[in-house]
Design a binder for this molecule. Structure first.
Ligand code: ZN
Length: 451
């Protein structure tokens, strides 16, 4: 890969108007919120259709029964209606009020049950009595309803009419990808899950950040190619991996985006490598953009990084979130609603992902062409004529790049060593290159890892 034509992507992407774009992102989430999604079915297609109005998408339909790695594409699930009605015909649990009320992948059922038998199919969260839990039953055939503990306590003895008007039939698993070709075939992968019903942070926030990021990247020159995956969790990423195994060496960096809309501070979860370039880029960006973030090491739990980072693939894919997977009280409940995600948080998450892209696009390794002693900067007009803090920082950036550019240390490595933002180091490198003092070195910018 050549670094000589690195586009200054950052100047085109940053800064963004976080407030305004955050509001736009929130209303995108609000539009998608009511759709009843699951790992297959019309809800996913409708969601993909909506994303496809903003960015170009290739949609894949993979038939039920298709083997994918150690798994099999399941039957397709769809729902028309579901309710529990009391003796007067009044719906006491109603899918039309919240799609969380029906356990995802519930098999069809119609019948009359007394409260005792019905209760075996009801799920609540006694410790959060006002919240409806989100439950699934993808791989065992059953039906169920979810409701708040208070709603359950209000049910009186008697007979209830139960209707689960669903279908579980041979069909397809649907996923979509947005591919943006760059100068290089090497790819940066972004992945988010699209399989949850009305849950705003855990699901829709990742979708909206991915979509808005792709939309911006589509408008600029790119060194890397980009692939955005919109896949149902687990089975979707497994299906994509199974169908693209021969092309995976193109994936040079990747990020899973999930739970990026709530008010919590950022958590970056490293790839299985632990020190992949994307790991160092994300940590570098967060250090300046969100100093109160947390960085955690890889663990084989969480979102689809589990699949991308399984040992047979071991892709350099990290994961960006705010609240951590499973660790917030609203997680997988009706509390993860439109009020739980905030425009400012969404805008900031987009800015951080743009920052990571900016580093990965701009990183490279260079050689100082005048390495014996410091070259005379004043003679070349590189010495700042005015004083002040900015001038001092610019000068330090020039000196760091000159000193560390021995053909092995990348600009990201230099930025970290100098304790300076990547953009300053990148700008210094551009100026030195313009003055014939610096030349790019072919090869990966990762060599500094081994130093
Ligand atoms: Zn989830």
């Amino acid at each position: 890969m050549s670094s000589s034509t690195t586009p200054n992507i950052g100047s085109l992407l940053l800064p963004i108007d976080r407030e305004q774009v955050g509001e736009e992102m929130h209303s995108f989430i609000a539009d998608l919120f009511p759709i009843c999604r699951s790992i297959t079915g019309e809800g996913i297609r409708e969601t993909i259709g909506y994303i496809g109005r903003r960015i170009p998408l290739d949609v894949s339909e993979v038939p039920t029964g298709t083997p994918v790695l150690d798994w099999t594409v399941p039957r397709e699930w769809n729902i028309r209606d579901a309710y529990v009605a009391d003796a007067t015909g009044k719906r006491v649990i109603d899918f039309r009020e919240s799609n969380l009320h029906v356990m995802s992948y519930s098999v069809p059922f119609r019948g009359r049950l007394d409260l005792g038998s019905l209760r075996e199919h009801l799920h609540t969260l006694p410790e959060h009595p006002d919240l409806i839990p989100y439950r699934t039953s993808y791989y065992s055939e059953s039906w169920g309803f979810c409701l708040s503990q208070r709603q359950l306590e209000a049910l009186t003895d008697g007979e209830y009419e139960v209707c689960v008007d669903t279908s579980l039939l041979e069909g397809h698993l649907t996923y979509a990808e947005c591919y943006l070709p760059g100068a290089s075939q090497d790819e940066i992968l972004f992945s988010c899950h699209i399989c949850h019903p009305s849950l705003a942070n855990d699901n829709l926030s990742g979708i909206v950040v991915s979509t808005f990021l792709a939309e911006r990247l589509a408008r600029v020159d790119r060194r890397y190619s980009y692939r955005f995956l919109f896949v149902p969790g687990t089975i979707g990423s497994l299906t994509w991996l199974a169908r693209n195994e021969s092309r995976l060496e193109r994936v040079r960096h990747g990020l899973v985006l999930a739970s990026v809309g709530d008010a919590a501070t950022f958590t970056y979860k490293r790839s299985r490598h632990g020190d992949a370039e994307v790991d160092r880029a994300a940590e570098h960006v967060l250090r300046y953009a969100a100093p109160d973030h947390e960085v955690i090491d890889f663990s084989p739990y969480g979102y689809d990084e589990r699949q991308y980072c399984s040992p047979g693939f071991d892709l350099p894919v990290g994961s960006l979130s705010r609240s951590r997977h499973g660790r917030f009280p609203e997680y997988h409940t009706s509390g993860d609603n439109l009020a739980f995600v905030h425009p400012a948080a969404l805008g900031q998450s987009l800015a951080v992902t743009l920052g990571v892209v900016e580093v990965l696009e701009g990183n490279g390794t260079y050689r100082n062409l005048s390495p014996k002693g410091e070259p005379q900067l004043g003679r070349r007009g590189l010495y700042p004529s005015m004083g002040g803090r900015d001038a001092e920082a610019q000068q330090m950036a020039l000196l760091w790049v000159l000193n560390q550019s021995d053909g092995r240390r990348s600009l990201l490595h230099i930025a970290e060593r100098a304790g300076m933002p990547f953009a300053d180091i990148r700008t210094a490198a551009n100026r030195l290159q313009e003055h014939g003092l610096l030349a790019p070195v072919e090869g990966t910018p990762d060599m500094a890892r081994d130093l």
